[in-house]
Design a protein around this ligand. Sequence first.
Ligand SMILES: [Zn+2]
Length: 588
Amino acid sequence: MKNRYSNVTAQKRVAEWLLPFVLFIISTVVFESSLFAQQKDLKIAGREAVESSVVFRYPLEVPMSLSGNYGELRGNHFHSGIDFRVGGVSGAPIYATERGYISKITVSPTGYGNALYITHPNGYVSVYGHLQKYAEHIQKYLVDKQYEKESFRIDLEFSPEDFPVEKGELVAYAGNTGSSGGPHLHFEIRNENNLPLSVLEHGYVDATDHLAPVLNRVDFYGYVNVFGAPRTFRIQRPRDASAAIKVPQYFYVAIDAVDKMEGTHAKLAVNEYKVYLDSDLVFHLTIGEVPFEESKYINSLIEYSRRHNERKSAIKTYVEPGNLLSSKIERKNDGIIFLPDTLPHKVTIELLDYKRNKFVKSYNVRRDDSLYIDKIKARPQGTHMAWYMANVYERDGFRISIPPASLYRNIYFNLDSAESRITPFAPVWRVHTGEVPLHSGATIQIAYNGPDSLASKALVASCGANGRLYGIGGSYENGVVKAKISTFGNYTITLDQDAPEIIPNFKNGAVLRGNAVSFVIRDRLSGIGSYRVEIDGHWVLARFDAKTARLTVPLKEARIKRGITHKLQITVIDNKGNQTVVKRNFKW
Ligand SMILES: [Zn+2]
């Protein structure tokens, strides 16, 4: 017995001793085979394969003309795709850029409007935005889904077997849906990590570009950082363009430039910005490819005060501490240029486009602190806020809460109020200045001085320079109206007691010959919360276009009998619960 026992023990011991080795061998084999598999995958997804087996074709048949390029500096984002002209009208057929399958369809009254996503064999996804409509069989499937869900707005995902597509297959028609300023095709190619790629730079779609970027304007800004928050000010340039620009010891430049390309008047994106002090490179930005999550940091990359005041985007060399795009920037002293002496120096600006066409210009500068001594010495007014902290400020019935890293740099926060001539429910609060961006917004609370009976209709509004109020949103709670704001500016409280407006394009009892009825629906302050159109008591699909405020019901899709009189009812409710119902009969 003892012997047997010890035998078992010995076997067990051997097994225990061997086990790590066995596991090691197994894991090595598994690891290596997974490594092998990974390498194979990489090879399929890699550039080589993209260029050989997966070649993206130009998705239209109209001659290629760009109205927008990848990386353009737009409001709150970089343009993530390329815009193709379609001859000024909707309806140009769109062909799949490569074989694959339709993986997603989204329909929205804003943004991409009607959009289509095709996943390709290498994992890349091509995206087609602002579509008028889809190819017939897809359109039919979509409308069925919209009826099933009783929703115009929709987000559908598909498996590879649902809608496989061949390269060059007709998939959709170009249009002007969503946030689009005219018929065009917004086209993107994203990699397997949803990173939008630079279509032209990768050569997926070929375009000729022998033209260098064009400089619109360069501004010089003084920079002072003595009280724990940097302050900047624009420098007056001398009338004589060849005369030296007098700058303080610390300054930066902001470059407003676009790229040009043959065959289009479009203002395209410059890809590389280089700034030299004499022969020293002090700033080098390559915009390259920007993930969607980082796109909003554009507000830190540009001189935001100019964006706010003139709607122009100029890349500044000063790199703020909260700018997460800073990994794209090589720089000295965070892009703040320092002149150690009062000798003449040269600031040189070099701009490059995707095809390496180059623009160069130099400026003479000379340090003269005497001109700026007041600005350099002035003690800032307001309350210090550190960009990386949560900041809360409260005074006289106003409260603001700014989350950490919503500011890109430290500020001295200012708050003022003025009696309002527009609304009796609160003063107008001047909340810092719109020249300073907020990355993730802030929450404000304003004390409400109106009757309790109307409190449910109260909302925060921003006050335009023209004296008009623009509804922001929010709601009443414990004596205050609380709302999220995305920018600093002037805010107050107003009430929305007005029901939405509905303007049909046909008279009651009309005999309709067209294939659609439409309505303009509007709500002045709180905005449209929901709408519903019924014909003969059943929900019907009504397409909403936010930019024109038009709601369109295609009668052919409405699943109603022809040649009889129908009862139509449209209900629109705003975000404060005010409701309008319009009933109309028509014969079709
Ligand atoms: Zn676009």
